[in-house]
Design a binder for this molecule. Structure first.
Ligand SMILES: Cc1cc2nc3c(=O)[nH]c(=O)nc-3n(C[C@H](O)[C@H](O)[C@H](O)COP(=O)(O)OP(=O)(O)OC[C@H]3O[C@@H](n4cnc5c(N)ncnc54)[C@H](O)[C@@H]3O)c2cc1C
Length: 306
C-alpha cells in the first residue's frame, strides 16, 4: 500500500515540487545520488574503482518530451564518457541510459539514434552501454531498440525485470553468445495482468531467470541487494560451471556498500550503479518505495525541520 502511494507520487508534479524544496531531501539525495555534475560523477567513480569495484553511471532524467531535452541528455553522456576516458576510468566504468530520457515517448527513431550515438562514443573510449528498463508500456519498444543497437555493438546491455510474467522467456531469448543482461526485480508499479504482485512470486521468478541466464552464453549481471538471491546466484554459478569472471553482481550507489566490498573481496565482479544529475526526484522516490525504513527516515527528517 505504502509502496503504491510513493510510486504514484513519483509521477506527480505537485509532490515533486514540494519534495524538491524540502531541505531534508538534500541529505537523502546525497545518500543515493553522487551529485549533480560530471565532475561529481567522475569523483564518485574514482573512489569506488580504487576500492576494487566496477561502475555504471546514469545521468538522471526520464520522460523527456522534446528534442532539445533528449539531445541535452545525449550530450551529457558524451561529456561523461570523455571525462571518464581522460581520467583513465573506462576499463572499469560504463554507462546506463534510459530511452525515455532520449526521446522514446515522442520520437522512437530519435531515441534509437541518440542511444546509438552514445554506444558509438562508448566504443571509441573502450567501454559499454546498458539500456535501463522502465515501465511495461515501453518494454517491447526498449527491447527492439536494444536488438538494433546490438547489430553494431553486440555488447549493448539489456535490463530485464523479474516481476514481469514474460521475463523468464525474455531471459532465454536474450542470453545468446556475447550478450549482457542485467536482471533486476523491477521498480515500477505494474498491474497484475503483466506482473507478479507477491514478493515471493517475484523472488521465484528471479531464481528461474538466474537459471536461464547462467545456463546461457552471455554475461549475467545480477542486480539485487537481496542476500538470499545473491547466495542462490553463487550456487547456480557453481552448478552451471561458470567462473567468477563470467558474471557480475550489481548494486545501487549507497545501498549495502559493505556487502559490495565483501563480494569484491571474495573475487566477484561487483558493479555499482551511480546516478547523478539534477533530475533526481523519480529515482529517489523509487528508492523510498523499496524500503519503508527509508521513508520513515525521510518523514522524521521533514518533521524535525518544523
Ligand atoms: C544495478 C541496478 C540497476 C537497476 N536497474 C533497474 C532498471 O533498469 N529498471 C528497474 O525497473 N529497476 C532497476 N533496478 C531496481 C530494482 O528493480 C529493484 O527495485 C531494487 O534493486 C530493489 O530490489 P532488490 O533486488 O534489491 O530486492 P529487495 O527485496 O527490494 O531488497 C532486498 C534487500 O536489499 C536492501 N535494500 C533494497 N533496496 C533498498 C533501498 N532502497 N534502501 C536500502 N536498502 C535496500 C534491503 O536490505 C532489502 O531487504 C536496478 C537495480 C540495480 C541494483
Amino acid at each position: 500500500m505504502l509502496r503504491s502511494v510513493i510510486l504514484a507520487a513519483s509521477r506527480n508534479k505537485w509532490v515533486e515540487r514540494r519534495v524538491e524544496t524540502t531541505p531534508i531531501s538534500r541529505g537523502l539525495v546525497k545518500r543515493f545520488v553522487a551529485g549533480t555534475t560530471t565532475a561529481d560523477a567522475v569523483a564518485a567513480t574514482r573512489a569506488l574503482v580504487d576500492d576494487g569495484l566496477l561502475v555504471t553511471l546514469d545521468y538522471l532524467g526520464e520522460d523527456t518530451f522534446n528534442t532539445a531535452q533528449a539531445e541535452h541528455t545525449r550530450d551529457e553522456y558524451f561529456k561523461l564518457l570523455t571525462a571518464l576516458n581522460a581520467d583513465g576510468l573506462t576499463h572499469a566504468a560504463e554507462v546506463s541510459v534510459k530511452l525515455t530520457a532520449l526521446g522514446l515517448l515522442f520520437d522512437p527513431e530519435g531515441a534509437y539514434l541518440n542511444a546509438k550515438a552514445i554506444c558509438d562514443a562508448a566504443a571509441e573510449v573502450g567501454t559499454t552501454v546498458t539500456v535501463d528498463m522502465e515501465d511495461h508500456t515501453v518494454t517491447d519498444a526498449t527491447l527492439d531498440i536494444v536488438n538494433r543497437l546490438r547489430e553494431d555493438h553486440p555488447w549493448a546491455g539489456a535490463v530485464l525485470q523479474a516481476y514481469l510474467r514474460r521475463t523468464e522467456g525474455d531471459c532465454k531469448e536474450f542470453a545468446g553468445p556475447g550478450s549482457r543482461v542485467r536482471l533486476c526485480k523491477g521498480a515500477y508499479k505494474e498491474p497484475e495482468s503483466v506482473a507478479y504482485q507477491a514478493r515471493l512470486d517475484v523472488d521465484r521468478s528471479y531464481v528461474r531467470c538466474i537459471n536461464a541466464l547462467m545456463n546461457g552464453q552471455g554475461t549475467p549481471m545480477l542486480a539485487t541487494h537481496d542476500p538470499r538471491l545473491i547466495e542462490i546466484a553463487k550456487d547456480r554459478a557453481k552448478w552451471f560451471d561458470r567462473d567468477k569472471d563470467s558474471f557480475e553482481f550489481q548494486m545501487l550507489y549507497g545501498i549495502r556498500p559493505a556487502e559490495q566490498k565483501k563480494l569484491a573481496a571474495e573475487g566477484h565482479k561487483v558493479r555499482v550503479y551511480i546516478p547523478y544529475g539534477d533530475e533526481w526526484y523519480g529515482y529517489l522516490m523509487r528508492r523510498l518505495a523499496e524500503r519503508p525504513a527509508n521513508m520513515a527516515f525521510f518523514l522524521r527528517g521533514v518533521a524535525s525541520k518544523k
